[in-house]
Structures are given as structure tokens and as C-alpha cells.
Design a protein around this ligand. Structure first.
Ligand SMILES: *Cc1c(COP(=O)(O)O)cnc(C)c1O
Length: 400
């Protein structure tokens, strides 16, 4: 390690979505693989939308100019979308003079936009925990980026388990961890927990937050930030946005990378108390979002009915996939509130189960389907009907 680089970075490895994938062990090139390992929507933007976007790029975007550093138009559209998604009438339709705004109405001041929600996660860590100011709490298995990003900033990560059968957070462990500042042995080496990260529904386990879990989050003190990652909101149709006004210490993260089909554009957004949104605005880089990405996100919002129209198909496909996989005696398959399915090999010895998971993932890859081995199980994205059929057939050939 070069002597000027922080010691603790030496232990970390760069994030690669396909560990070992570049070594050429697969017989297929990336483009012909069924890529069911990163939970994207299986469909690209419709052709006419892509053409309009290309036209906008050619006619309206000045590539020599910096993008809109305030994301004004996008924030406006996002506020409207969020209000719509929690059944609140749009604010600025005119003619509403004198009508009192509902308490929960979201405005542009409640929104901050990031280069993917990954950027927002990092900004939140900087805003709350940097320089020994705090630790974070996660319930594993969960989205790995919280822990990975925290470690790159030297922020301690406190992990608590989930129930084995339904993946509910072990709330008692979480309470104890918060009380003891994350130190099981009582020696308070870690700074206090400043952020609790939850995903709603969770990845990789696909379960939405339960009433119990939400109740617990509601009781957390105001000096702990609760990050509710709703990356899969459009699939679950289950949001906590309408409760934000009761909890200034809650923030909701969402993304254009999943249901909105814009993973390549890197757009995520946060919905929060205006002071927290303002803190995120201070921390982010001034021109964090390219003009083309902003335009694409605005397009996607304007065309949301069209883009989100495939969600019923994906949910129906999810049910078919779960039914087919459940046929295998050997597999335990969990219900899903998202666009992916989580399963494990039923096995008495968990070590051999992990080897089997690894083998299943490898053999699927050789047959042309990429899935994710994570959190002690397998996560499979719901793809197109053809892809899902191939998943079922290929798994049937492997799992005997
Ligand atoms: C996919 C995903 C995201 C999206 O991250 P981006 O940086 O916006 O692409 C965020 N959180 C979770 C839990 C996810 O699964």
C-alpha cells in the first residue's frame, strides 16, 4: 500500500457486482446472459421514448455547459410524484386557492437528488457519522452498500441479525446494540449509533417492514436518523412517505434504477425534512447529476404510466417463479414484495448449504443465467417471461 493511503482502506476491496466474472470462465458474453443478479427491470425504455430522449440530447442539451446544479425541474416533478404515490392531490394545479395543504404534502424543499441513491447513502454518512461522530446499525442480510460505504469513511458498522424464518429484524438485539453503543462486551469503543438503515422491502430477502418493525422505528430517539430505503417501492406499492411529517429523523430513499428502467443513468432521490434535505445539498458535489440523466429522469416521470404498466406482469411472473421454485423439495423459497425472489437450500449443515448455493450460482451461470449468491442464500431477479422460464428449466436441471 502506498504510504499516504489510509491504513484502514488496505483491508477493503473495490465493489464488483460479478466477483470473478471477468476471468472468462463463462461460455457466454454479457449480452446473451440472462442478467438476473442486479434487480433491474428486464425491459429497456420503449423505442419512441429513447428516440425522444435522443432528440432532446441533440436539440436541447448543451454539452459544453454545466448541468442544472439545483435539479429544480426534476425536484418539482419528484415532489408531485411522491404526493401522488401517497394519494395527495398535486399542489400547484392552480385554482386551489384557499385550500389548505395537507400536512404531508411534499415540496421540492423536501427532496435531494443524488447520482444514484448510493451517493445519497454516502452523503448521509458524511452528514451524521464522519470523524468519530457516529456508528451505523444494519440488520443482516441487507443491502451491502451501507456497510461498504461506511467503512470507506472509517465509520463503524454494527450488525444485528434477523429471524431465520421470516427475516424480521431482531429488535431486541437492535435495542441492546443501540443502548450499548454497539459493543457487545460493554466496552464502548464505538461512537453512538447515529443511523439505522432499513430497506422496505429488504434486499436480498424481499420482505417488507412489518407493523412491529415500523413501531420500533417510530420509537427511536430524534438523535438517530432512520433511513428507509424504498428502492423497490414501485413493486411493493408500500411507502412510509405519508409518515415522514411525524418523524423529522426519518428519510426515504428511492431510485430510478429499478422500476423506472434507468439504472444506466444513476439517479436516486431522498425525501426528508427540509433541514435534512438542505444538509444533503451542502454535501453533494455541485454538478453531481449530468444533464442527460436529469432529462431522462424527468422523461421517465412524465411517462410513468407507460413505464410502470409492466409492473403487474412482473408481479404475476414473480408468483409463477415462486410457485415453480417451491416445487423443489430441496429449496426454501420466501414470499416477495419486490421484483426478486430469495431462496435457500434446506440443509442441516449450513456450511454445505453455502457450498451448494455457490455451485448452483456457478452452474446457472454456465447455462447462461446470472443470479446473486448473497446473505447466505440466492437472490434471483424476476425477468421477462422467457428469462424466467429459462431460470426454472435451468434450475430444474441443476437442483436434483
Ligand atoms: C438497487 C438498490 C438501490 C439503488 O441504488 P442506485 O445507486 O440508485 O442505483 C438502493 N438501495 C437498494 C436496497 C437497492 O437494492
Amino acid at each position: 500500500m502506498l504510504p499516504f493511503i489510509r491504513q484502514d482502506l488496505a483491508e477493503l476491496t473495490a465493489y464488483t457486482p460479478h466477483p470473478g466474472g471477468a476471468s472468462g470462465e463463462s461460455a457466454h458474453s454479457e449480452s446473451v446472459l440472462d442478467r438476473l443478479d442486479t434487480n433491474e427491470c428486464p425491459y429497456d425504455l420503449p423505442e419512441e421514448l429513447k428516440q425522444k430522449l435522443a432528440w432532446t440530447y441533440q436539440q436541447l442539451i448543451e454539452t459544453n455547459r454545466y448541468p442544472d446544479g439545483g435539479h429544480a425541474a426534476l425536484k418539482q416533478a419528484l415532489a408531485q410524484y411522491v404526493n401522488e404515490s401517497q394519494n395527495i392531490p398535486p399542489l400547484d394545479k392552480g385554482g386551489l386557492g384557499g385550500v389548505k395543504l395537507p400536512k404531508t404534502a411534499i415540496t421540492a424543499d423536501n427532496i435531494s437528488v443524488g447520482n444514484g441513491s448510493d451517493e445519497l447513502i454516502r452523503s448521509l454518512l458524511i452528514a451524521t457519522c464522519l470523524g468519530g461522530a457516529g456508528s451505523i446499525l444494519v440488520a443482516n442480510p441487507t443491502f451491502s452498500m451501507y456497510g461498504i460505504t461506511a467503512k470507506t469513511l472509517g465509520i463503524p458498522v454494527v450488525s444485528v441479525p434477523r429471524q431465520e424464518d421470516n427475516f424480521e429484524i431482531d429488535i431486541n438485539s437492535a435495542k441492546r446494540a443501540i443502548l450499548s453503543k454497539g459493543c457487545a462486551n460493554g466496552q464502548n469503543q464505538n461512537p453512538p449509533v447515529r443511523i439505522v438503515f432499513v430497506v422496505h422491502p429488504n434486499s436480498p430477502t424481499a420482505n417488507a417492514l412489518t407493523t412491529n418493525e415500523i413501531e420500533w422505528l417510530s420509537t427511536l430517539p430524534e438523535n438517530i436518523l432512520v433511513v428507509i430505503d424504498e428502492a423497490y417501492f414501485e413493486f411493493s406499492q408500500n411507502t412510509l412517505a405519508d409518515r415522514l411529517h411525524q418523524h423529522p429523523n426519518w428519510i426515504i430513499l428511492r431510485t430510478f434504477s429499478k422500476a423506472f428502467r434507468l439504472a444506466s443513468m444513476r439517479v436516486g432521490y431522498a425525501i426528508a425534512h427540509p433541514q435534512l434535505a438542505a444538509a444533503l445539498e451542502k454535501i453533494r458535489l455541485p454538478y453531481n447529476l449530468p444533464s442527460f440523466s436529469q432529462t431522462a429522469a424527468e422523461f421517465a416521470l412524465a411517462q410513468r404510466q407507460l413505464l410502470l404498466a409492466v409492473i403487474p406482469e412482473i408481479i404475476a411472473e414473480r408468483a409463477k417463479l415462486i410457485a415453480a421454485l417451491t416445487h423443489h423439495q430441496k429449496l426454501q423459497v420466501w414470499p416477495s414484495a419486490a421484483n426478486f425472489v430469495y431462496l435457500r437450500v434446506k440443509a442441516a449443515l449450513s456450511e454445505s448449504a453455502q457450498q451448494e448455493h455457490q455451485q448452483i450460482m456457478q452452474q446457472l451461470k454456465q447455462r447462461g443465467t446470472l443470479i446473486r449468491h448473497t446473505g447466505g442464500g440466492l437472490r434471483i431477479t424476476v425477468g421477462s417471461p422467457e428469462e424466467n422460464q429459462r431460470t426454472v428449466d435451468r434450475l430444474a436441471a441443476i437442483v436434483t
